[in-house]
Design a protein. Structure first.
Length: 209
């Protein structure tokens, strides 16, 4: 079964608390999401493989290490996932960026893909699928399915806040995908919102609440 890694770094927890506050405005909310995403990226990329190279410093030649193996791609789930891209790219500016757009069919209630644009070599990259909220897990599970259908084999799911229902869904549907979250909340309410959560991340991010 996949792992759920909750990042308890004090800076992350402090900034998540500020985001939860209903008085936090759009500008600050956006800045906090960007900052938290950068801090999370530090941990999410901790297991990237390294290789030895030889360089010449101003003093002498030296054996040092650089990142080896698969390159990264960041894939936000539209639209709230867009708020996490810049923070991650500030640490890995060479990463490619794809996009996945989903909506829920009003009759079947199943996620439907309306947009998907990925790097041409996505199957060779490690994919960071990003979305601030992991509630029921339906959209994230569908997005992972769409990525796998296009040949992606190395996928990590990175979310700001998760509910147990969402992580359980991902673990059941995709036991090979590890989940990285800044906070694991209590549960979902009757309307599918995370409790205590922070409301609708997309609305708060883009000022459409």
């Amino acid at each position: 079964m996949s792992k759920v890694l909750v990042m308890d770094h004090p800076l992350i927890q402090h900034k998540v608390s500020l985001m939860r506050d209903k008085e936090t405005g759009t500008k600050e909310f956006r800045e906090l999401l960007n900052e938290i995403s950068m801090l999370m990226a530090y941990e999410v990329t901790r297991d990237l493989p390294l290789r030895d190279i030889e360089i010449e410093t101003p003093i002498c030649r030296a054996q040092t290490k650089v990142i080896a193996g698969k390159k990264l791609a960041i894939v936000p789930i539209l639209r709230a996932g867009l708020g996490m891209v810049d923070g991650i790219m500030s640490l890995v500016p060479s990463a490619k960026v794809g996009h996945i757009g989903l909506y829920r069919d009003p009759i079947t209630l199943e996620p439907v893909e309306y947009y998907c644009k990925l790097p041409e070599d996505c199957e060779e990259r490690e994919i960071l699928l990003v979305d601030p909220m992991l509630a029921t897990g339906g959209s994230a599970s569908a997005a992972i399915h769409f990525l796998k259908r296009r040949g992606c084999k190395h996928i990590k799911l990175v979310c700001l806040i998760a509910a147990p229902e969402g992580t359980s869904r991902i673990q059941a549907d995709h036991p090979d995908v590890n989940i990285y979250v800044a906070a694991m909340d209590e549960k979902l309410n009757d309307h599918g919102y995370i409790i205590p959560g922070l409301g609708d991340a997309g609305d708060r991010l883009f000022g459409t609440k």
